[in-house]
Design a protein around this ligand. Structure first.
Ligand code: ATP
Ligand code: MG
Length: 354
């Protein structure tokens, strides 16, 4: 994905005096810091806004939104729309996305056509489900608020400012949102596999997972059969087993694990191995662009934490974002580390340093 800077203001603990500012790029990015400093909140934000990422994930839908200026959008995973607004003030939430302009833009852009490299969504507390969209270009700055006319021509945003019509291409921004929409969130506490057919955030656990594993392993689709073989081989290699086979039991109630020709039920193996199977399996089945994982170190001996995280990151087509208490893990695996801090004088004021 294109290098994208994201600035988040007045979302939960990130008030506008201490916004969260991160850059996402391909590879692994870590969030570290003390308890309650906002690591999980920032990770979850990417999931909570999925409805909005979806609306922005094609050039034509960005153009429609920009022309309308406002859109009524409820966030799928939030019951009370005011919950996400920072408790420390009454101002709007805003999230800004700015794509880095590299030389390929100069080669592609011929004046007066403009690329749009920045977009801001915002909502006010008084109308928490009405989202406003503003579009910016590198050369012209803010385009939509001051425009006399905004119209759609296919995938192109046509904007009239001072009598001149500009054509703005939003395809790179749309591809960032498409990747965010195709993200997989993996929450903490992942060792509960035998708990009926259910979901834990975005991943299937329990019998639902076992059913999917079985149909991928034994079904007609070759790519799915191969994918299960690949995960099994990855896990065998990481744990140093001579042989490993993972099959669903006959009633599809549990997984049968055959390690070095000895058979175990999933409940008989350690929670670390169970976590590898459920998380790698879910990642492969979902085929995400971005993986968001909270505390990848959970249940794992330090020697396995790095292998777990780097192997999992290979199942994401683009980026993997982790929130972790292990600075050692963050240092070993990440391209970028963001360290979060709590303010000393007020619980709700937090700082996010890059
Ligand atoms: N709307 C809100 N306004 C202000 N603060 C909020 C809001 N919603 C949540 N918070 C606070 O944000 C903080 C962030 O917690 P979060 O769970 O993200 O921290 P964390 O760094 O993941 O901690 P841990 O290391 O314990 O997992 C919490 O103290 C929570 O009370
Ligand atoms: Mg957390």
């Amino acid at each position: 994905m294109k290098k994208t800077q994201i600035t988040i203001k007045n979302y939960r603990c990130f008030d506008d005096a201490h916004p969260a500012r991160i850059e996402i790029d391909n590879g692994i990015i870590s969030f570290t810091g003390p308890n309650n400093s906002g690591k999980s909140s920032l990770l979850k934000m990417f999931r909570e806004f999925k409805n909005i990422w979806q609306v922005l994930s094609t050039p034509s839908s960005i153009v429609q939104f920009a022309a309308a200026k406002h859109m009524s959008l409820s966030l799928e995973f939030i019951n009370d729309p005011l919950e996400i607004f920072s408790d420390s003030n009454n101002r709007s939430i805003s999230i800004e996305f700015e794509i880095e302009i590299d030389e390929s833009y100069n080669l592609n852009v011929t004046s007066p056509q403009l690329f749009s490299n920045k977009l801001r969504i915002s909502a006010e507390r008084s109308q928490p489900t009405i989202w406003k969209l503003e579009v910016f270009s590198k050369t012209m700055g803010q385009l939509t608020t001051d425009a006399n006319r905004i119209q759609q021509a296919g995938n192109i945003l046509q904007i009239e400012i001072g009598g001149a019509w500009h054509q703005v291409f939003t395809s790179d921004l749309a591809s960032v949102f498409s990747s965010l929409h195709k993200s997989l969130y993996i929450g903490p506490f992942r060792n509960a596999i035998n708990v009926g057919a259910t979901n834990y955030y975005d991943i299937q656990i329990g019998e639902g997972f076992i059913n999917t594993w079985n149909s991928w392993k034994t079904g007609h689709i070759k790519s799915q059969n191969l994918a299960i073989s690949k995960i099994t081989e990855d896990i065998r290699h990481i744990f140093g087993f001579n042989s490993l086979e993972i099959t669903a039991s006959t009633q599809l109630k549990t997984l049968q694990i055959n390690i070095n020709n000895k058979s175990y039920k999933l409940t008989e193996v350690g929670s670390g191995l169970a976590q590898f199977i459920v998380v790698f399996g879910s990642a492969l089945i979902n085929d995400p662009d971005i993986i968001l994982i909270d505390e990848p170190e959970l249940n794992l001996h330090p020697s396995l934490q790095i292998d777990f995280t780097t192997t999992l990151a290979k199942y994401a087509k683009e980026a993997t974002l982790i929130a972790t208490h292990s600075i050692g893990l963050a240092r070993s695996v990440s391209e970028h580390i963001y360290s979060f801090q709590r303010s000393n004088n007020a619980d709700s004021i937090l700082k996010c340093n890059t």
